[in-house]
Each structure stands twice: as C-alpha cells, then as structure tokens.
Design a protein around this ligand. Structure first.
Ligand code: ARG
Length: 271
C-alpha cells in the first residue's frame, strides 16, 4: 500500500475525477479513511509493505496499478496516461526491493509497446486458477497473451466499454468459493458472454448500477472469507452473507472521487 500523503484529484483521467471540486478537507478525510482500511487489513491478518508516497504523484496510492505479482513473478505496469507514467519507476524499485529481499523470484518486463495497468486489469480467480484481464481503456488487449506467456497461466480477456468502469477491478471481483461479483453494464456483449460461459448461473452475483457506482465490485476478499468494500446495498449485503461471507464496510468515498476504492488501494503479493 502507499499512504495518501500527496493524494488528491489534481487532473482528470477518468469520469469520476473533477479537480475543481477537490478541497483540502477531502484530502484530510482521505487520510482518515485510508487509515481505517490499513487497520482493517492488519486486523484481518494482512502484513503490509508500504511504498513511499511521492509529491506530484497523487495516484501512487492506487497500488493495484503497480503491476501484478503471482507465483514469485512480478510484472511492473506500463501506464496508459502520462499523468501516471512517473509512478512506474517507483513501483519498479519496489519490485526490485522485493526481489532483493527474496519476496519474489523474478521481475519480468512486458514488451515495450504494451500498456498494462497491473492488478487493476489483471485479477487472479482463486477458484478457477486463471487471470481475468480487462482491456479497452487502460490496458491493451495484447497484454493478455504477454501475461499468459510470462506467468505460464491461463488468461481470459474482457472488453470494457463503460468509461466509468475503466479498470477491470471496478467491475469484477472473483471470490474464493467460485462466485463472481460483476457489473454487466461494464462489458461488451462478447465480454459478458465470456463471463457467463465461465461462471455458472448460481455463481453469478450481478450488481445493480447503484452498487457498481458505489464501487462494490472494488472489494478485497481475504482468505478467511472477509470481504472489505466501501459500501453496498442491503440486498447485496444479504446475498454475500447467504454465501457465507462476512463483510466489513470501510467508507472510501474520497478515493471514489478519483475513481478508486478498496481493491485499487492495495496490491496482493501472497498468491
Ligand atoms: N485516479 C486513478 C486513475 O484513474 C484511479 C485508479 C484506480 N485504480 C484501480 N485499480 N481501479 O488511474
């Protein structure tokens, strides 16, 4: 994770971001909200490594976009927007540090012409043992084959079509029991067909637009079945409970003003 010391909405690269509406009090509230998320993760058993916050890089807090770490291999991201490109060097240093510390076995670079925004668009499905990839806004379709070759793991690529859900992790969250939370409106017809061909009807948790816009898909699911998200409706809460999950709501409304929530604010390194 990365502390929100310099977090703010300084530019606009997605429809949630309005720099003119961002005030100092939002930054203060963001720090408090992030602190609750960090404490919640630690209290549910997570060990957290912090990346040093950097002035001028307000989105560095969204460490899901640092890259992806899986089976001892780290692939650093390559950002689509120049506003975030300055983050790459810091995340690459982080991965080199993890390598030096023996936390990862290798750091593998993607071919230079491919953009790829890390775990924001590349999500491991713990039940199906493959990666779901998102493309269309931030990551290239070609990232799928590249990740597949480097990680030696199956990938399934989904075309994102709603600019509000520009990263896959804003619209899809596979859970450890095989259920998948997703917002149908985020995907092309082909993408939706692919999801429905790989996820059985009883495993589908389809979000309403309202839950999707509250970033309910942008959740963190701990191995013990605790799901952490900013907020959700009563019916979704009941549905998750019926499936045996216990839910913790950590309001992250200040980060939603930048187009991110719980999942975006962390990068898993334990899979
Ligand atoms: N403001 C950031 C951006 O637009 C938010 C990133 C959210 N990260 C995520 N994994 N969805 O790039």
């Amino acid at each position: 994770m990365c502390e929100p010391t310099y977090f703010g909405v300084d530019y606009s690269i997605n429809p949630w971001m309005t720099p003119a509406d961002w005030q100092n009090e939002h930054a203060e509230r963001a720090k408090a909200q992030w602190g609750v998320l960090e404490n919640t993760l630690r209290s549910t058993g997570a060990e957290i490594t912090l990346v040093k916050a950097q002035p001028g890089l307000p989105d560095l807090v969204f460490t899901a976009n640092a890259g992806v770490i899986h089976n001892g291999t780290a692939i650093p991201a390559r950002f689509a927007h120049k506003e975030r490109a300055g983050e790459e060097i810091h995340f690459t240093h982080l991965f080199q540090q993890l390598y030096a510390d023996g936390e990862v076995d290798r750091v593998a670079m993607l071919p230079e012409n491919i953009t790829f925004e890390g775990a924001g668009d590349c999500i491991w499905d713990p039940r199906r043992q493959f990666f779901w990839l998102g493309y269309g806004f931030r990551s290239d379709l070609e990232a799928g084959a590249a990740v597949q070759a480097i990680m030696d793991a199956e990938t399934h690529s989904l075309h994102l079509v709603d600019p509000r859900f520009y990263h896959l992790d804003t619209a899809l969250c596979p859970l450890p029991d095989g259920s998948v939370i997703y917002y149908p409106g985020a995907f092309s017809g082909c993408g939706l067909g692919l999801i429905r061909s790989l996820v059985a009807p009883h495993e589908r948790i389809e979000l309403t637009e309202e839950d999707a816009a509250s970033f309910a898909a942008n959740a963190i699911c701990m191995d013990d079945g605790t799901i952490i998200m900013s907020s959700c409706s009563e019916p979704l809460h009941a549905e998750l409970q019926d499936r045996g999950f216990s839910q913790i709501c950590v309001p992250l409304t200040e980060f939603i003003k930048s187009g991110g929530s719980a999942a975006c604010l962390h990068l898993r390194a334990d899979r």
